[in-house]
Design a binder for this molecule. Structure first.
Ligand SMILES: NC(=O)c1ccc[n+]([C@@H]2O[C@H](COP(=O)([O-])OP(=O)(O)OC[C@H]3O[C@@H](n4cnc5c(N)ncnc54)[C@H](OP(=O)(O)O)[C@@H]3O)[C@@H](O)[C@H]2O)c1
Length: 291
């Protein structure tokens, strides 16, 4: 077992780019592939090899990391990688794919005899850039040693919640965590929109709750984005809507009735329809107004 496993990272979006930089900074050999190659090119200057296609990226790698949009993208890209994969290769699937879509990835891993680790992350663009993500892991103990240098490079903490990826324990926990994040985001947008509508200075609202038990650093962050109008994405409206859809589906499948997630999903979809799909989730504020 090597202390410097070679890594293939498929997907250099907001999260994948920061993760790639930290994998390189840790001295691990890294090959990257991204559908839009131009977005991955700056990583070459940092020491990555840019692969021409997914199969080229994964060939010979000790660890394959997927950080794409959703489960369908992961299946497509891993399908395109198939001829480069080898039996026993460790696959850290870090995209937020939800619960049911994980089944097809488990089946793919079985067909190609990959060692799948369900490993979604908590944390956004800045923690990804700082190597401070929290990794939620579920997968065989045998894969953990080879993954350790990779997870230490991209994260500050790994919480192992299961030994079988197919049980989706990590993906379940990720949906629960995002149900909280996205409810708070929707509430932040709605509360600041209400303040505007009622002619209340939003700062007066923030001052009113300051230091109390309902004051939140996250509220301050997203309110700051709304008040400055800086909607450069840490977590996009499109991905937030995708996660709310996954949360709602998983709840329905488990017989749990949710009210906030479907309502937030409406808000996120309206914001996307207004042209904010690639903006930060703070842009769900605008869904309270006719633009
Ligand atoms: N941002 C966050 O705060 C955050 C936090 C935790 C987890 N996550 C999750 O982590 C994952 C990545 O998030 P992100 O913020 O990095 O998203 P992102 O910036 O939108 O990146 C998405 C990546 O997926 C690729 N992609 C999209 N559609 C594809 C397709 N049809 N075929 C191949 N590749 C495709 C994109 O390629 P192109 O560059 O070519 O578009 C890009 O590399 C998502 O599942 C997200 O929910 C995000």
């Amino acid at each position: 077992m090597t202390d410097t496993p070679s890594v293939a990272l498929l997907g250099t979006g907001i999260m994948g780019t920061g993760m790639a930089r930290n994998i390189l900074a840790a001295g691990l050999p890294l090959t990257v592939w991204n559908r839009t190659a131009d977005k991955a090119r700056p990583l070459v200057d940092a020491g990555a090899r840019l692969a021409e296609d997914p199969a080229d990226a994964v060939r010979g790698a000790d660890v394959v990391v997927t950080m794409l949009g959703d489960g369908a993208h992961v299946l497509d890209v891993m399908g395109a990688a198939a001829e480069g994969l080898h039996a026993g290769q460790v696959w850290a699937q870090m995209t937020t794919v939800g619960v049911a879509p994980l089944d097809a990835l488990v089946a793919f891993a079985g067909t190609h005899r990959l060692v799948l680790v369900d490993a979604p992350v908590v944390g956004t663009k800045k923690p990804a850039e700082d190597g401070q993500l929290q990794i939620l892991g579920a997968g065989p103990v045998s894969a953990r040693a080879v993954l350790a240098p990779v997870f230490e490079a991209v994260g500050s903490r790994t919480v192992w919640v299961g030994e079988k990826a197919e049980e989706a324990a990590a993906s379940r926990l990720k949906l629960v965590a995002n149900s909280w994040v996205l409810a708070v985001t929707a509430a932040t947008g709605e509360t600041l929109a209400l303040a505007k509508g009622l002619g209340v200075d939003p700062q007066a609202f923030l001052d009113t709750i300051e230091g109390g038990s309902l004051d939140l650093p996250y509220l301050r962050m997203k309110a700051g984005a709304i008040l400055t109008g800086d909607m450069s994405a840490s977590f996009s409206v499109a991905n937030g809507a995708k996660d709310l859809d996954l949360i709602t589906e998983a709840a329905t499948a488990s017989g749990v009735r949710l009210d906030l997630a479907p309502a937030a999903l409406d808000r996120f979809r309206r914001a996307a329809d207004q042209g904010h799909a690639e903006d930060d989730i703070a842009a769900v504020y605008y869904a309270s107004f006719d633009e």
